[in-house]
Design a protein around this ligand. Structure first.
Ligand SMILES: [Mn+2]
Length: 195
């Protein structure tokens, strides 16, 4: 079964993530950061990966540790659920439009973390949410999920739309990459024989 449950506890955050790669996009995310919950819901809905996140973080300081550590734990849970990556498509991409925003994502579940992030936000916050944290989340997801992740904003003028389109674009690309390729369901998709 391509599922995982992972708990990560530090002095700053206490996080549990449950994933089912072969899900239906059902989600149940409570981090104490409303906008971030909305983004995690998008990640699940558009990747069709079932995601449940429970996070208790030091929000009296700010949202930073909570958002970053959810990225770390989600990345680790993803890597664990993918196991040896047998049968997956490995690569995914998406060009996604949302109103004014257009975001391009290309990713490789390579076990070689690398983030290319060309996304600028016209405002420093979305409500009370710091827009810098969007990059922090994807940096943590890339590093701990072993993902080569490229995200480029082609245009957009509304920060909420830009952030949401980024999550949706990554979700769509992730859906493709984690899917089983029926033509090669028994093999690890690398000429090296390992990923
Ligand atoms: Mn929205």
């Amino acid at each position: 079964m391509r599922r995982s449950t992972l708990t990560r506890t530090t002095a700053e955050t206490d996080i549990t993530v449950e994933l089912n790669l072969d899900g239906t996009g059902s989600y149940d995310n409570e981090t104490g950061v409303g906008f971030f919950d909305h983004m995690l819901d998008q990640l699940s809905r558009h990747s069709l990966i079932d995601i449940k996140v429970r996070a208790k973080g030091d929000l009296h300081i700010d949202d930073h540790h909570t958002v970053e550590d959810v990225g770390i734990t989600l990345g680790q849970a993803l890597a664990q659920a993918l196991d040896d990556k047998r049968g997956i498509r490995r690569y995914g991409s998406c060009l996604l439009a949302m109103d004014d925003a257009q975001i391009r994502c290309a990713l490789d579940l390579s076990a070689r973390p690398f983030l290319i992030w060309n996304v600028d936000f016209p405002t420093s916050s979305i409500g009370t949410f710091d827009t810098e944290l969007v990059r922090e989340f994807f940096q943590a997801l890339s590093t701990h999920g072993g993902i080569t992740l490229h995200v480029d904003a082609l245009h957009g003028f509304n920060s909420h739309h830009i952030a949401e389109a980024a999550f949706k674009s990554v979700a769509r690309a992730l859906r493709e990459a984690v899917e089983t390729d029926p033509r090669k369901a028994d093999a690890i998709p690398s000429t090296k024989g390992a990923l």
